[in-house]
Design a protein around this ligand. Structure first.
Ligand SMILES: NC(=O)C1=CN([C@@H]2O[C@H](COP(=O)(O)OP(=O)(O)OC[C@H]3O[C@@H](n4cnc5c(N)ncnc54)[C@H](OP(=O)(O)O)[C@@H]3O)[C@@H](O)[C@H]2O)C=CC1
Ligand SMILES: O=C1O[C@H](COP(=O)(O)O)[C@@H](O)[C@H](O)[C@H]1O
Length: 481
């Protein structure tokens, strides 16, 4: 891997502490960082380099999945420098430029520059245009930009943002990060069928009755009301993570293809998503907001009582939908997606339900549909549910064939994605076209929200979501798994 400078905007923020510093440390332990790397962290308040390094150390101690090794720790921390920086202040870019140049000379490294924008979406535009005008991007080496989600807040703002970014970076230099694409089980989907010929016949579309994708969380809005109350579940989770999971589930590939071809296949899937009309969206979409309740024995506030949330907020903390992919493979097979905060469990999973052509009869009592469950997080597993006859009762009982990995030994999503961006591999980053097509599908729903065409149902914290989400499936005699 080539030596480089890694510039982290938002180095004092939540994502940097909980995910990015631990990811860099784990890469360091695995010898997967460049031999010489200059890491520059930015935030508005003054902080000495020493204090910043201590902050990084505290983050690594608190959040790394690995035990911190005293031996290499000082060497790792010595790569970090801090620069007090306000994105709107031109002078800040001047100081940053000087610091980047000086460290490159000091370390004798080429002018390869990777910029990570771990800041709110409203700052992305101003940072990239200033990176351009300040000369930081007129370097003698490569440059790359990692942008966090959500990319824009609707179709128009996303298009505008992309137009502005492309004045400074071309498509190959923009890495739109969606950390769900870095989760090892999601990356596995690409080769699951290729590596397991037995699954190829199992995953015959003719045998599948429906697909369900769930990303449920027990946490509430936490300290992010300022952002979340404007975004809601639809922008925070659906436009990006859930639609990416739909694409990754639907592309499963019988043969090995190149990184670029995978992105093309994904685009084809999202392009085939049957559009929803805002007037009819209520038939296929359920949105909800949590009320007070109980999460695993602890009483919690309702959304409107959370700090920073307006007590008349109509923001969605839950979203469920039925969608169809109108291509020859998936035609007529419903995909159900759902996500929500303050639900009864933390779990991200894909469930494939198979058709059950046998009728319950005297000889076939207790039959339930076969299920293939891909558990993505917090644990990783693949399970197949089959029917076995219990000789004592002569009834069929469901049993599980289960394979699970030791999740603690697996790399975290941000580790895999940072490594790929450093290498210049964009396979598991969202191409602009995927993002644009996702917003195109979402846009009528945003309009339906605005025009009050979609009711907002409430659900108690600690439940599985609004009752209306069950009805989405009941009309076809299905239920959520
Ligand atoms: N937190 C999470 O779990 C996840 C976050 N994300 C995305 O990552 C991004 C960052 O999120 P998160 O870390 O939670 O946000 P935070 O609010 O915790 O951090 C925001 C960062 O931006 C900096 N910042 C704000 N205004 C300015 C400014 N004018 N000039 C310079 N720096 C500024 C802050 O620095 P300071 O205040 O010190 O000046 C801080 O470091 C967002 O796009 C979010 O959607 C994506 C997935 C998960
Ligand atoms: O991007 C986001 O993801 C997290 C959930 O991520 P996970 O890896 O824990 O499943 C979510 O809590 C957050 O609101 C959202 O911005």
């Amino acid at each position: 891997m080539q030596d480089m400078t890694f510039v982290l905007f938002g180095a004092t923020g939540d994502l940097a502490q909980r995910k990015l510093f631990p990811a860099l440390y784990n890469l360091y332990l695995d010898g997967r960082l460049p031999e010489n790397i200059s890491i520059v962290g930015l935030g508005r308040n003054y902080c000495s380099n020493e204090d910043f390094q201590s902050k990084v150390e505290r983050a690594v101690q608190a959040y790394s999945r690995r035990t911190v090794q005293p031996s290499g720790l000082q060497d790792f921390l010595s790569k970090f420098r801090y620069c007090a920086f306000d994105v709107t202040d031109k002078e800040s870019y001047h100081h940053l430029h000087e610091l980047i140049d000086n460290r490159e000379i000091e370390l004798g490294i080429p002018q390869n520059r990777l910029f990570y924008l771990s800041v709110g979406p409203s700052l992305v535009d101003v940072i990239t245009s200033n990176l351009n005008s300040s000369g930081i991007c007129q370097n003698n080496g490569w440059k790359r930009l990692i942008v966090e989600k959500p990319f824009g807040s609707d179709l128009e703002t996303a298009r505008q943002l992309n137009k502005n970014l492309s004045k400074t970076f071309n498509e190959e230099e923009i890495y739109r990060i969606d950390h769900y694409l870095g989760k090892p089980m999601v990356q596995n989907l690409e080769t699951l069928v290729l590596a397991n010929p037995a699954l190829k016949s199992l995953l015959d579309h003719k045998q599948i009755s429906n697909v369900q994708i769930t990303a449920s969380e027990t946490v509430g809005v936490e300290t992010r009301a300022d952002y979340y109350d404007k975004a809601g579940a639809i922008r925070d989770m659906v436009q990006n993570h859930l639609l990416q999971l739909v694409m990754m589930t639907a592309i499963y590939l019988p043969e090995k293809i190149t990184a670029n071809e995978i992105r093309v296949k994904k685009m084809e899937i999202i392009e085939s998503l049957r559009p929803l009309l805002k007037e009819n969206a209520y038939k296929d979409v359920v949105r909800g907001q949590y009320e007070s309740g109980d999460i695993q024995g602890t009483p919690v506030f309702g959304y409107k009582e959370e700090p920073g949330v307006d007590d008349s907020s109509k923001n969605d903390t839950y979203f469920a939908a039925r969608l169809y992919i109108d291509n020859p493979s998936w035609s007529g097979i419903p995909f159900y997606i759902r996500t929500g905060k303050r639900l009864n469990q933390k779990s991200t999973r894909i469930v494939i339900e198979f058709k059950n052509n046998m009728k319950d009869s005297d000889v076939l009592q207790g039959l339930t549909p076969n299920l293939l469950i891909l558990e993505i997080s917090p644990n990783e597993s693949i399970s197949l549910r089959v029917n076995m006859k219990d000789p004592s009762s002569n009834r069929f009982e469901p049993v599980w064939i289960n394979f699970s990995t030791n999740s603690e030994s697996l790399p975290e999503a941000y580790e895999l994605l940072l490594f790929d961006a450093m290498l210049g591999n964009a396979t598991f980053f969202s191409h602009w076209k995927e993002v644009e097509l996702s917003w195109e599908w979402i846009q009528p729903l945003l309009e339906a929200y605005q025009e009050n065409l979609l009711p907002l149902y409430s659900y108690p914290a600690g439940s599985t979501g609004p009752e209306e989400a069950n009805q989405l499936l009941q009309s076809k005699q299905f239920k959520w798994w």
